[in-house]
Design a protein around this ligand. Sequence first.
Ligand SMILES: [Zn+2]
Ligand SMILES: [Zn+2]
Length: 386
Amino acid sequence: MPSCVKAAVMTQPGKIETQVFPYPQVSKDTAIVKVRLAGVCGTDVHLFRGRNKDLQCPIIMGHENLVEIVEIGEEAATRMEFSGQKLAVGDRIVPYPGHSCGHCWYCKNLPAQRYGPMCNGEGGACYGLAMRADQPPYLTGGFAEHMLLLPWVDAFKVPDGLPDEIAVLTDIFAGGTGILKTMQPSPMLQEGFRPTGTVAIQGAGPMGLAAAVTARIFGAYQVILIGGPAHRLEIARKLGVVDAIIDLDEVPDPAERVRQVQALTQGGVGPDLVVDATNVATALREGLEMVRRGGTYLETGSFEDTGDVTINVFKHICSKDVYLMGHFGSPPASYGTALKVIDLAWKRGIPLDLLVTDCWPLEKTQQAFESKLGYGGIKSVIDPRL
Ligand SMILES: [Zn+2]
Ligand SMILES: [Zn+2]
């Protein structure tokens, strides 16, 4: 084993430097993993911009991690995998980054959210987002050669044959599985998302494209994408999962976009489901105008405070009889679902590897973040093996 581990440490917002840590020690209930790929998430970019006042530096960011086990304790080998599979050295896993307190109201009362992002108790933690690099166990983010996985980590074994650059998209697709939340028990009611439904997606970033693929895999009849810029839409086209694209640069008027989307749907009534993945507050109003009466609006786009927006309660909510749903973060079980969705999509020939548009060595993590300040590629990843 090496004697030290290199990591990209953010010492203050906007400043990332390479630091060296001692190689950690494994115990019976922990694992040491080698990072194969770590995705740069929009959430990381918000931290880099200094927009989160709870951020504690120094921190090794990176919560979208595809890793390989290099050492694992015997208890961890039988307990750490979420679905009960045994783990061994050499296995590729995706570790769920979050840990919740287990005793707050949310942890106790929302079983599906257990250890999920609803927790507001003391003692929660999150790899890559809320653990300090100057306190044990130090190696708690994916922008590093190795990480130490603590006993509470839920790991998900990667299906054989699924390429690294697709498995690293698990976290993004876990967000995309928010669509499943809108599924209704009775398709006859024509509420929520259902197979053969029409879905419009606002936003052509990683979340929007993951939502488009997920909608298609789960049987959407028609998928309409509203977004930009052109190079992102080009990738959306190549994925082959969208039927129509409205380019924001070509159709800058929101009212005209609403007209165009509605005209694409059967009877001109509008989509059954509209999903926001834009991180722009005004998308809400536009989406509520677009969705058909009795349809569903899923808000997955705002992971930071994007400000206020004006809607007309009568026009946009009541008279529309709309389901308006929020979706924040992803509970651990959604990682298992996401891995199945991407495995299925890959086996069906959807070229998900196109979503990884740029790959950076650890030493260039600062540059990787600077490149994300505009609407650059889709998903940037750090490969600490480079
Ligand atoms: Zn993320
Ligand atoms: Zn809790």
